[in-house]
Design a protein around this ligand. Structure first.
Ligand code: SME
Length: 147
C-alpha cells in the first residue's frame, strides 16, 4: 500500500469514528489513536488553545510538554502562522521544543474554525524526513473532520 492509499483508508476510518460524536476531546482521542496506529509514529497528539497558550490534549506516545506559548516551538509557530509546518530535521528548527530526545522530524497542522486557530495536531517521528506534502494534504483533511 502506498502512503496515499493508507491515508485514504485512514480518512474513511476517522470520518466514520467522528461522524456520530460531537465531543471534541473524544474525537481528538480517537483521531490521534487512529493516525498513530496506522503509521506507527513516535508521538501523535493535539494541543488545544486555552487562555492564549497551547495546552496538551489527547495524544498517543510518550509523555509530553504540557504548555507551549504562542510563536514558540514548531507548534507555537504553526499556530502563529495558521499554516502547516513540515520539519525534516527538528534539530535545524530554531526554537524547537524537544519533548522527547528521540524525535527527529515533525509535522504540525493547525486546527482552524471560523478563521481562528483553536489547536494543533502534532506528529513526531524518530526518523528524519518522514513528512511531506502527502502527509500535509491528508492530515489537513483529517483535521477538518474535527470541526
Ligand atoms: N516539538 C514540539 C513540542 C511538542 S512535542 O513534540 C510533543 C514543538 O517544537 O512545538
Amino acid at each position: 500500500m502506498t502512503k496515499e492509499e493508507k491515508y485514504i483508508d485512514l480518512y474513511t476510518q476517522i470520518k466514520g469514528l467522528l461522524e456520530d460524536e460531537v465531543d471534541e476531546i473524544a474525537n481528538m482521542a480517537n483521531a490521534s489513536a487512529a493516525i498513530h496506529n496506522a503509521f506507527q509514529f513516535w508521538w501523535t497528539g493535539f494541543y488545544i488553545v486555552k487562555n492564549n497558550e497551547l495546552v496538551l490534549g489527547p495524544f498517543q506516545g510518550p509523555v509530553a510538554c504540557t504548555r507551549i506559548a504562542f510563536n514558540k516551538g514548531v507548534c507555537g509557530t504553526a499556530w502563529a502562522k495558521a499554516d502547516t509546518l513540515v520539519v525534516p530535521d527538528v534539530h535545524q528548527f530554531e526554537g524547537h521544543i524537544a519533548c522527547s530526545a528521540e524525535s527527529n522530524s515533525e509535522i504540525v497542522v493547525p486546527l482552524i474554525k471560523n478563521e481562528t486557530v483553536y489547536g494543533v495536531l502534532d506528529i513526531d517521528s524518530r526518523d528524519y524526513n518522514t513528512f511531506d506534502e502527502t502527509d500535509a494534504k491528508y492530515l489537513q483533511k483529517i483535521c477538518e473532520l474535527l470541526n
